[in-house]
Design a protein around this ligand. Structure first.
Ligand code: NDP
Length: 444
């Protein structure tokens, strides 16, 4: 059996009931096969792949907190410190009822390569809890965040592990967590990113993932003879990534005609009204039915359906495994030319393969949504030098990083005779830097 197959089998055996983690490892190892096989003896002797797929440290802890009725609630929480070969662990905290160890491990594993691709010195990690901030009062969210940080603070720090936001963890949650960290530790340091602007946050961090997705998509289209301007775009999700992806797509001359949430989706042939979407989602924290009610040109539909709308470009920006094989078939049948992942692993492996086989340009999340973590790393730099850069400075650095990421994955794909296969290119480019650093640092 080849080294890649052996390691994948070991991952499945040693990590039972973690399908998302298996899926992420399989996707990465498959595309690294050619690189691993070229250097198999050395990697095998050093157990490089076994070390790569095994987190350096996994923290599991309980989070007790008191709800508004005086009832004690208990949630499960996780922080997976996956790989620190190229820098302190870096990755978000997801707060969602679906969170479990396997999901955090899949996200932490992906984060290693994503962070490497940014070219910045950040390792891979991820964390979160099955706590659901939806429907909770501000006081309940604060009680949870303070209890969560009371345990997590022991394991993180500006030079060791720097968590950030993710699904369910926005500016409010980061603020409560930062306050509790400072109270316990008594230090004012850049231990979290995604902070508010008044206490060390970076301008353009809020916009970064969505904007970065569009900068990379624009470069990918340009290098393949297309222009984003004038294109019809479908987007899923209506959270942080989806909102700012919609805004930047429209600034670049495209028309975005859909958004969705976990209960339904909106088709707005006139183009999504970003100001209204922000009002509904960021201010009122309401359902998309409110968007449709306030906008005569919009249709609201229950359930899923975004991928059935005719488009040139599709940007999944909600969650994992939301674009399935049948969706990929519908996109191809409707003439879609490019898919770029704003969310983490939103496209299943069979859907990705179908899109690639049918000539659709496909940018994987670890490249396409790396603008968020890249800007988090810029926030860390600003915190270290006790300075704040302007929006334009951060945005122009972000754009440069996203364009570089596109060319790193494009070049790696070409070098290994897989031209246009950006999934392979991103994995290879991300892997080589980490593998080199792990090898240089010995068996640790
Ligand atoms: P938000 O919580 O702001 O928004 C998530 C959106 O996805 C909401 O519209 C939500 O709908 C929808 N959603 C969540 N879960 C499901 C589900 N199971 N089925 C259908 N829809 C769902 O998160 P973000 O925008 O920050 O993150 C979106 C994705 O992007 C995630 O995969 C995240 O890991 C990834 N990402 C985020 C980065 C960031 O900087 N924020 C950076 C890199 C990646 P509802 O409101 O109904 O829950």
């Amino acid at each position: 059996m080849s080294y890649v197959d052996e390691v994948f089998q070991m991952v499945v055996e040693k990590n039972p009931a973690q399908p998302e983690f298996h899926q992420a490892v399989k996707e990465v190892l498959e595309s690294l096969r050619v690189v691993i096989e070229a250097n198999e003896d050395a990697y095998r002797k050093d157990a490089l792949l076994e070390r790569l797929v095994t987190p350096e440290r996994q923290l599991l802890f309980r989070v007790p907190w008191v709800d508004d009725k005086g009832q004690v609630q208990v949630n499960n929480a996780f922080r997976v410190q996956f790989n620190s070969a190229i820098g302190p662990y870096k990755g978000g905290l997801r707060l969602h009822p679906s969170v479990n160890l396997g999901i955090i491990k899949f996200l932490g594993f992906e984060q290693i390569f994503k962070n490497s691709l940014t070219g910045l010195p950040i390792g891979g990690g991820k964390g979160g809890s099955d706590f659901d901030p939806k429907g909770k009062s501000d006081r309940e969210v604060m009680a949870f965040c303070q209890s969560f940080m009371t345990e997590l603070n022991k394991y993180i720090g500006a030079d060791t592990d720097v968590p950030a936001g993710d699904i369910g963890t926005g500016a409010r949650e980061i603020g409560y967590m930062y306050g509790q960290y400072k109270r316990i530790k008594g230090v004012y340091e850049g231990v979290l990113t995604g902070k508010g602007l008044s206490y060390g946050g970076s301008l353009a961090r809020t916009e970064a993932t969505g904007y970065g997705l569009l900068y990379l998509t624009e470069e990918m289209l340009k290098c393949n003879g297309h222009d984003l301007s004038g294109k019809t775009v479908v987007i899923s999700g209506s959270g942080n990534v989806a909102i700012y992806a919609t805004q930047k797509a429209q600034q670049l001359g495209a028309k975005v005609v859909t958004v969705s949430d976990s209960t339904g989706w909106v088709y707005d042939p006139e183009g999504i009204d970003v100001a209204l979407l922000k009002e509904v989602k960021e201010v009122k924290r309401a359902r998309l039915t409110e968007y449709a009610a306030a906008r005569p040109s919009a249709e609201y539909h229950e359930g899923r359906g975004v991928w059935s709308i005719k488009c040139d470009v599709a940007l999944p920006c909600a969650t994992q495994n939301e674009l399935l094989l049948d969706d990929a078939k519908a996109l191809v049948a409707n003439g879609c030319i490019a898919v770029a992942e704003g969310a983490n692993m939103p496209t299943t492996i069979d859907a990705t393969e179908y899109l690639q086989a049918n000539g659709v340009l496909f940018a994987p999340g670890k490249a396409a949504n790396a603008g968020g973590v890249a800007t988090s790393a810029l926030e860390m730099s600003q915190n270290s030098e006790r300075l704040s850069w302007t929006f334009e400075e951060v945005d122009s650095k972000l754009k440069g990083i996203m364009v570089n990421i596109f060319h790193s994955m494009d070049d790696a794909a070409k070098k290994y005779n897989m031209e246009g296969n950006y999934v392979a290119g991103a994995n290879i480019a991300g892997f080589l830097k980490v593998a080199d650093a792990m090898t240089a640092q010995g068996i640790v």
